[in-house]
Design a protein around this ligand. Sequence first.
Ligand code: ARG
Length: 485
Amino acid sequence: MSSTHKPWEHAKSSGSEGDPLAARFVASLDYDKRLYTHDIRGSKAHAAMLCKVGLITDDDLSAINAGLDAIEAEIAEQGDAWPGWKVELEDVHMCIEAALIEKAGDAGRKLHTGRSRNDQVATDLMLWVDAAEEQILDQIDTLCEAFVSLAEKDGHIVMPSYTHLQRAQPIVLGGEVMAWLASLDRAATRLNSLNVNAGNSACPLGSGAIAGSSLPLDRDFTAMELPMAGPPSENSIDATASRDAALDFCYALTMTSMWLSRWAEQWIIYATTEFGFITIADTYTTGSSMMPQKQNPDMLELIRGKTGQVYGSLVALLTMCKGLTVGYNRDLQEDKRHLFAAYDAVCDCLDMATGIVKTVTFNEDRIKQGLDRGYLDATSLAEYLVTKGVPFRTSHQVVGRLVGLCNTTGRYKLEQLTVDEMNAVCAEYRSAGAVGADVFDWLGPANVVKRYQSAGNAGVSGFEQQLAAWKERLGDQPTDGQADE
Ligand code: ARG
């Protein structure tokens, strides 16, 4: 036996060490190292079970636990420099096992009893996804707090809303902030629901390579040793073949990313000279190597840009799985590369978004300057006519005509028309007199945002009601002082 032989490849006369590319090609160590705490946790659960059913002794178990604890401490301290990382051992599982055997001798050589890397990696990944979900949920919460602070500070600024990126109806800034919060709320609910899906947290350990084991493994006991896991998975073939939990999580990441990207796009537009609605803090803009004046919203653009990578990860995972027979195939090793990339990108994007939201300035004066353009109050006027008994389809036509009248007579807002002018157009559709002097209470964006009364509206009442719900939900913790200023 050659000394470079992999410890699990004795049926062959040589292995991938014969070709450096093959050795690197088959290895996942550079990206699966980060599973080490989960791998150790899974190994401890497995070892405890082996001891319970009498396959290893109490002394073996103590030696295994002590060895794994020492390894965990070493890796925590040394990181990538831990000498146990040996790429020729392919992955985190074999590196840790080899280091354990060095420390614990035969006890370490018993750890893999009734286990395969196939159920081991499936378990590690399940544990990693569970922790990653918690982490993302925390970051979503932090971003929500930043949006709530912004809403508390600037939420009453009156601004336009847009459909087709054309001026639509007036809203308050808080109404729009609540929209971003609604999408984040769904992102959190989606992530939480992944754990409710029992299949996603079922414990694969004890499934072995594909068919289980002829040894008396107590899989219920193993699962109980991993409190974050559910009961044992039901079918050993499926448990080692499935990456559904990773895919579900990745989908949840893509949805989170997609909404962050839409928000980023909106604020990129708001930051243009043409809009001028916001000023992004200097920390989150960049200059140009050629144009001295530039303050580009690169961080927002990268949030938008990284979304492509996150989508790519989901498509890569789906594509990777679609041609596989129902058992472990080495293709599945690549799952982590994609899942980790998506996760890392979304973690960064969430934190970056929090930084940007916390430091943004909404330029109220600038927003105000343009507010009387674009007939933001046209729908309000149509609804006013409804309150005077005009059928909505008629009032819509009347107001359309009034907008046309403004445009052809050098006026740019409905408030510039007289009551008589309005009634003259009304009279063409019904008896005149629909419009009274009170019409002016329904015109002008500042009036309109106070008039919305439908539940969930983006004006003052809807914003205030949604904000109160958010504050209650976030436990009304002080949000970085911004709200109290
Ligand atoms: N590093 C591998 C992975 O992530 C471990 C599984 C290897 N299994 C095998 N049967 N060759 O999937």
